[in-house]
Ligand binder design. Structure first.
Ligand SMILES: [Zn+2]
Length: 150
């Protein structure tokens, strides 16, 4: 059994994604996350606020945004700890994607082995699963991959 396709009008096989571009994007994101983790750990060590970082660094993430809202009431650095956790998880996903690029398995669903749609890889270059498998994992109880994706 294979994953159903949701593109009835299109019989053409999808163009392969440009892996050179993908690698550049992933390396850029990895650098960003590494930098972000450094900032967060420094802030955790000094007990400083991470409000500026949450405002500029992690826009687009619902988790981070809601955490950032509570930054004012954070005497124990819990916000920074949570953000560091999220950045750490994202970094692990990015590095896993780079490993898949090296091994040639990039762009295939880790669950059903179907090709992941280009549109999805453009939005989420380190996606492990195709849309339907991702949806199933998100229905499950708090799968880590589900929490950090869009
Ligand atoms: Zn799949």
């Amino acid at each position: 059994m294979t994953c159903p396709t949701f593109f009835p009008g299109s019989r053409r096989p999808q163009q392969p994604v440009d892996l050179t571009v993908v690698r550049e994007i992933l390396e850029e994101q990895r650098d960003f996350r590494v930098e972000q983790l450094c900032e967060l750990r420094r802030s955790l060590a000094t007990g400083g606020t991470v409000a500026a970082l949450t405002a500029s660094g992690t826009s687009g993430s619902a988790v981070s945004m809601s955490v950032a809202d509570s930054a004012d009431a954070d005497p124990h650095g819990q916000v920074a700890a949570l953000l560091a956790q999220a950045a750490d998880a994202a970094l692990a996903e990015i590095e896993a994607a780079l490993t898949r690029l090296d091994s040639g398995s990039y762009g295939r669903c880790e669950s059903c082995a179907s090709p992941i749609a280009n549109e999805r890889l453009e939005i989420l270059p380190y996606a492990r699963y195709c849309v339907s498998c991702q949806r199933q994992s998100q229905l499950g109880a708090g799968h880590p991959a589900g929490r950090i994706s869009v």
